[in-house]
Design a binder for this molecule. Sequence first.
Ligand SMILES: [Zn+2]
Length: 475
Amino acid sequence: MDIAIINTWLLTMEGKGVGIIRNGGIGIEGDKIIHVGKMEGFNYKSADILINGENKMVVMPGLINSHFHSMLTLCRGMVHDLPEIEYMPKGLSLFADVLKGQDFLLGTKLAVLEGLRAGTTTFAEYGIGLASLLNNVYKPFNVRVVATEMITELDFSEEKKTDDLYTFYRFLGNNAFKRANKLFKQFQNDELITCMYGPNALDMVSLDLIKEIKEEAVKRNSKIHMHVAQGGRERLQIEKRYGSSMTTVKLLKEHDLLDSTLIAAHIHDTTREERAVMVRNGVKMVGCPSSISKIDGIIPPLADFIELGGIAAIGTDEAPGTGHHDLFIEMRMASLLSKVAKRDPTVLPPWTSLNLGTLGGARVLDLENKIGSLRPSKQADLILLKLNVPHLTPIIHEPFCNLAANLVYSGKGNEVDTVIINGKIILLNGKFQEIEEEKIINQANKRAQELFPEVSELWRKSGSRMVKYHEQGYI
Ligand SMILES: [Zn+2]
């Protein structure tokens, strides 16, 4: 045995609830879990590395960020509290436009670093030019990733008024599709990398191309991860292009795209009936509660989708929107916002929240056989959290166990002490083993301070609400 973790609480995510075991142990050999259970009878003495939790720690599956755009992380905090209509043209795009290739890589490093620190071991990365991110960040960091190359037929450099019908350029879509296919070939045998197809959204990719992409996805036994019914802008485009009675879900259904090949991000602009059709057809959902409440003032319909029997997961989306890549915050936000949306405190309890961040994510990303719970034969992706911190105290086990509730409602992510991915220790006792954390943070600060003064004039001219906050002395 390579690693044994002993005398610890286990939150296995196996069975109906969260699968709690008190005074348990875990054995890891190579990249796999070989033992999960009570300490009695656990023969750990031969282990090369011994981690003793002294019953002040909990081991749980590594968290899964199921919708993640990392490349703009250098723009964190640059755009907030704006009307949705100003968010892109008068906000994010001004800052994003000055970033160069290395800045995207630095953003990804920062985002993955942040995620790892807060216990995320799998990132469903969605972006443009992913080969570079995989080679320069994910592989050197030894992190599990579901890589989705974004495919769009829009030329983002064109000035767009929201009521104009977007022009599709097929060659742009084809180029991105080619890049995606290349990614599959390039990383097909990588233990930590799986690939998916990412037609961005139905207002940005033609139905013809999506159908071609789907054919390829089915052939490769892969999935399509798409932004679906994200909001008003998409609805307007769909109505203009396909007729005023059309909706994203209706179109997808009519064109045989609404099935278990589809992972649908967001789905805010859907009716309950449409969500029910999606669930019946095997579509899976990802919600991003922090990002969407902050950008749009909307609560993702996670509770509804789950109530209808659907399989769902959560993600942090992009840093300028969400403000963070911490799934502990996201699990709490999913729960609290859903309670508010339904005006019912029994909605989305802690065991469901924890599922969204672990096994639910694995099921949505089609990795259920590998990760998402602690079970012998699964890959060893797991995290250890300190329980002897004020905000998680006390932990009781009689008359019931309050561990899951404390993790979701009180957890901050900074209790994460050790992170293991595919049997390799990435973070031990709060210290990264190989990743140069301080260097990345310093580089990110330095680069942002170099870059963003360039934007000052354009930003002031935009006259956005943030400019007014600045003039009034708030920011
Ligand atoms: Zn997204």
